[in-house]
Design a protein around this ligand. Sequence first.
Ligand SMILES: NC(=O)c1ccc[n+]([C@@H]2O[C@H](COP(=O)([O-])OP(=O)(O)OC[C@H]3O[C@@H](n4cnc5c(N)ncnc54)[C@H](O)[C@@H]3O)[C@@H](O)[C@H]2O)c1
Ligand SMILES: [Zn+2]
Ligand SMILES: [Zn+2]
Length: 345
Amino acid sequence: MKALVYHGPGLKAWEEHAKPALIEASDAIVRVTRTTICGTDLHILKGDLPSCTPGRILGHEGVGVIDSVGTGVSAFKVGDRVLISCVTACARCDYCRRGMFSHCRTGGWILGNTIDGTQAAFVRIPHADTSLYPIPDGADEDALVMLSDILPTGFECGVLNGKVQPGAIVAIVGAGPIGLAALLTAQFYSPAEIIMIDLDDNRLAVASRFGATRTINSSDGKAVAAVKALTAGQGVDTAIEAVGLPATFEMCEEIIAPGGVIANIGVHGVQVALHLERLWDRNISITTRLVDTVSTPMLLAVVAAHRIDPTLLITHRFKFDAILEAYETFANAANTKALKVLIEA
Ligand SMILES: NC(=O)c1ccc[n+]([C@@H]2O[C@H](COP(=O)([O-])OP(=O)(O)OC[C@H]3O[C@@H](n4cnc5c(N)ncnc54)[C@H](O)[C@@H]3O)[C@@H](O)[C@H]2O)c1
Ligand SMILES: [Zn+2]
Ligand SMILES: [Zn+2]
């Protein structure tokens, strides 16, 4: 079969690879019909994630069809259409039982990281019964690809952890796919304002179409003052960090109102200053989270009922054989205006 293989920092190839085989009784092999590329795949290619070693097939998002199942799999059979979760969960260990699938003792985020991933014709899914989801009849499979990672991430790490409330003022720093997923799902709770902050006017225009009530281009360095001006000097009740840089986390520290929540989503690679000298008396909370994908069944129902339309995030489409072009397009988002690139069999 063909697969997108990581060969060390800066190196990848679309090449022949052995088809995966069942290893554990709880495994399934899935024929991948649709996948996509995540910002995290670009982090891996930069060499930022040493857990992912050369020779690994990348990708942790996608939908497909069950090709074979181990003897221990009872929820799925050959031919079933399935959504692949970016997080693998045994559903039995202490962390899984606390709803922290991301820290599963024998799972977590392993796909396209410590085991071979979804940017291939076939993928092996461990703990298949509890890591795959059946696709409801009539569901739009393009939309479901957005449920493998970005929607649960924006919702769980941003909206749920950020305790978005009806009537509240929310700021989302970063209008990439994850920030936009937080924007779409924050609207479940009817906040009064959702202020979107980014450097890219195209992404801010997309955010306006997705329901942001205000947008701020922070490239002039005046975003904090702009947020204060919009909120009578008070700041925001929820500040969602969806970039992963010191500057954007510190912006959240500056715009949070008393009693507010800073919900970090971004993957941070360097030290970030925590200004307790200003924040100690402001009754705020700061949360961090690796997506657990516990909200996937709820999000599936919401998407199946057309209450939100994640296909709005898909800007480009490619066939598997053009996956290298898909990477180029996705990596040059400032020029190509890419958000999510859909890769189809
Ligand atoms: N916690 C988790 O489980 C989890 C899961 C998936 C992704 N992530 C992380 O979420 C973050 C966002 O992911 P994404 O795919 O949307 O990334 P992305 O790179 O596509 O988007 C980031 C956005 O931030 C903007 N930006 C960059 N610098 C900025 C600045 N100084 N001020 C304002 N905006 C700025 C960019 O223009 C871009 O639109 C990444 O760090 C990613 O690794 C975390
Ligand atoms: Zn991802
Ligand atoms: Zn577990």
